[in-house]
Design a protein around this ligand. Structure first.
Ligand code: NDP
Ligand code: ZN
Length: 362
């Protein structure tokens, strides 16, 4: 029924009615929320969301752990679904195609960063994140993410997904996949590289799988041994539950850790000229800092931060994942289990990626 009215709204150039689950403040639990999205522009597509992954960033945002969030907030930037309507200039998708949406829905398209398809770093400050953001292209209205039944997005920010792809497993690739694929490529991981992944959750699992596929020897750092079997079964060389007494040295370490820790512990484990790529972003109050003294005296090692990846690279990552059948380990949940999933992601009892089956949003 709702889909039918969405199609009429799209045809008539009206705002698109939507429903999802939202929090109203940082200590809130998720509740049903109805809202509307901007009308279907000439370059936009309307996607019926079928699956949405739960990223730890959703939790940081919903709880205002990085900055004060925009509420009501509908998180979700690991979106996979079906195109149900297209604007008149759309040539990348047709109705019925599968499509994915990640962390961004628009940017200026004109600056150096956008021209290089590094839209996440739009130099005109016009990158529009999928939720918890003001959409400067639509009267600064707040954006709402994927814990919902639909999304309207510029075709340039939607990723093409083949119609035989397993959509539930594709959804987390749109953030967890690209965020780990991008630094592995940036650091030039290849056959024989020695890589470590710190933090073995949704992102860490993808980093392990990609690095193995690229021919690296990979070890994992976790905060306990609970997932040792999973890591070793997938081909990891070792799983360490702390950084003490580790004799291995690594060309690249990717840190996906979302809690307080000391990055220097990992810098010390880099080989000469090694690189630490940081993607995990702990809460601001955790005050994670790098000691310059330690950094300088551990010289010739590079530490860099990495933010998702551009749209072109996201498409490349998706094609690479499908070609090599590299998917996340997912547990499908219904939309009323989001609070429970957040709790597990916080207390260490989560496995890898929770994915919401949007059929459960009635
Ligand atoms: P998950 O919660 O799925 O995974 C985090 C993992 O880190 C868990 O397995 C957790 O262990 C483990 N962990 C927690 N503390 C430590 C520690 N001190 N040492 C070692 N391991 C630890 O989160 P995600 O993978 O979804 O996200 C990870 C981080 O990456 C988040 O901060 C998120 O915001 C950020 N992120 C950044 C992006 C970017 O573009 N830079 C994009 C997407 C996410 P346990 O299993 O015991 O809980
Ligand atoms: Zn994410």
């Amino acid at each position: 029924m709702l889909l039918e009215s969405n199609l009429n709204e799209a045809k008539e150039g009206k705002r698109i009615s939507a429903k999802g689950y939202a929090v109203n403040h940082k200590n809130d639990t998720f509740k049903p929320f109805t809202f509307s999205r901007h009308s279907l522009g000439d370059n936009d597509i309307l996607i019926e969301i079928l699956y949405a992954g739960i990223c730890h960033s959703d939790l940081h945002s919903a709880r205002s752990e990085w900055h004060e969030g925009i509420y009501p907030m509908v998180p979700g930037h690991e979106i996979a679904g079906r195109v149900v309507a297209i604007g008149k200039n759309v040539d990348k998708f047709k109705v019925g195609d599968f499509a994915g949406v990640g962390c961004m829905v628009n940017s200026c398209g004109e600056c150096d960063a956008c021209k290089k398809s590094q839209e996440q770093f739009c130099q005109n400050g016009k990158v529009v994140f999928t939720y918890d953001c003001k959409d400067c292209f639509h009267d600064n209205e707040p954006t709402y993410g994927g814990y919902s039944n639909n999304i309207v997005v510029s075709q340039n920010f939607a990723i093409k997904v083949p119609n035989d792809a397993p959509l539930d497993k594709v959804a987390p690739l749109l953030c967890a996949g690209i965020t780990t694929y991008s630094p592995l490529k940036f650091s030039g991981v290849k056959k024989g590289s020695k890589v470590a992944v710190a933090g073995f959750g949704g992102l860490g699992m993808m980093a392990l799988k990609y690095a193995l596929q690229m021919g690296a020897e990979v070890s994992v750092f976790a905060r306990n041994k609970n997932k040792e079997k999973e890591a070793l079964d997938l081909g990891a060389k070792a799983l360490y539950d702390n950084t003490n007494n580790v004799s291995e040295r690594f060309d690249l370490i990717i840190s996906t850790i979302p809690t307080k820790y000391d990055p220097i512990e990992y810098v010390k484990l880099l080989s000469f000229d090694g690189e630490l790529a940081i993607v995990g972003l702990p809460p601001t109050d955790d005050n994670v800092n790098i000691s310059l003294n330690n950094l300088i005296f551990n010289a010739n090692k590079k530490v860099y931060g990495s933010l998702i990846g551009g749209i072109k690279e996201t498409q490349e990552m998706l094609d690479f994942s499908l070609q090599h059948k590299i998917y996340p380990e997912v547990e499908i949940i219904s939309i009323n289990q989001i609070d429970e999933a957040y709790e597990k992601l916080t207390n260490g009892s989560a496995k890898f990626r929770y994915v919401i089956d949007m059929k459960t949003l009635s």
